[in-house]
Design a protein around this ligand. Sequence first.
Ligand code: SME
Length: 160
Amino acid sequence: MTKEDRYIALLPQVKALCEGEADMIAKMANVCALLHSEFGFWWTGFYRVMNYELGVMRSAAATGNSELVLGPFQGPLACMHIGYGRGVCGTAWKERRTVVVPDVELFPGHIACSSESRSEIVVPVFEGDEVVAVLDIDSRELATFDDTDRQYLERLVAML
Ligand code: SME
């Protein structure tokens, strides 16, 4: 089974899980579990944009009181707060695009939650025009993620 086949099989499962479910944390938790078990990644999880003045998942004042806060995940313990523009996650949030990192040691400012992590992909989650969260996946192998992962993971998070 190719990577693409696996994603194609996952998409209807994610759709079924998310349809009719309003609670974002519940959906994120199950999406992480699905991805993590299907692909055997090292770490799979979400960081949510939190703004302590505007409330959960409001990124309007992104450079002010907002930060990424650890959400549902599978894998080893991870850092809990990430600033705007910091690390791979904060970069994906700031630049509003998926960031694929083939070798984390070559990414300036990479935040090493685990020394085992060698490559990473971070996909922003949009609600309307706002980034409200990011999906972060880490691998213990170099260059695990490519444009196929980017395309399917972007489709997948759009179902949340
Ligand atoms: N490596 C991420 C931090 C989160 S952990 O990988 C779970 C980053 O540079 O933003």
